[in-house]
Design a protein around this ligand. Sequence first.
Ligand SMILES: [Zn+2]
Length: 215
Amino acid sequence: MRNARRYRLRFDEISGTLKLTCPWRVSRRAALAWALDQRDWIETQLARAEPGEPFEPDVMILLEGEDFRLVWDPGARRTPVIGDGEIRCGGPRERFARRIELLLTRRALDVMSREVADFAATAGVAVRSVSVGDAGSRWGSCSSQGRIRLSWRLILAPPLVRRYVIAHEVAHLVHLDHSARFKALESRLYGPGVAEAKALLRRLGPRLKRVGRGR
Ligand SMILES: [Zn+2]
């Protein structure tokens, strides 16, 4: 449930419908504009209502925007190895999904920590910590204390998508709003193509959120 003053948005998982409640004085247009701002939250609810795509042998997943087949090979190393179009993992079958998830979250933290550091150096701002998680509807967030938190799922997307989220969060370390100064810094960090990256994240978002869930 999302509350903002007297607006309320509710998602009914059983019927798969969204219900928007607003004060009677509010125009339909204003209410819809408010609901559109809740898009990330709505997409997360929709993604949750759809069946997940668990990490199982022979499933195809995206990694940095490219397709990889998950392979379970009992004779192979327990630590998954990323190879030519496949991610191969040994050890007991019941640990398979967990090992794949660990591989992806570690890689996400590794790659994105470096990118955060690069953007922060360009922006001339200090970062206290970078962490990855899978909380809520947000791809990234930052605190006024300089902590950046990113969704590990960004490692599934093409690099331009995650770089956009990182540039966005690093720019927030300087400007805690979406002002013109913020946008100027975001574009300076990211380079040309912010709008395209943002659109691609919107398009891929629901797919990224299904990966590794369920079963
Ligand atoms: Zn923002």
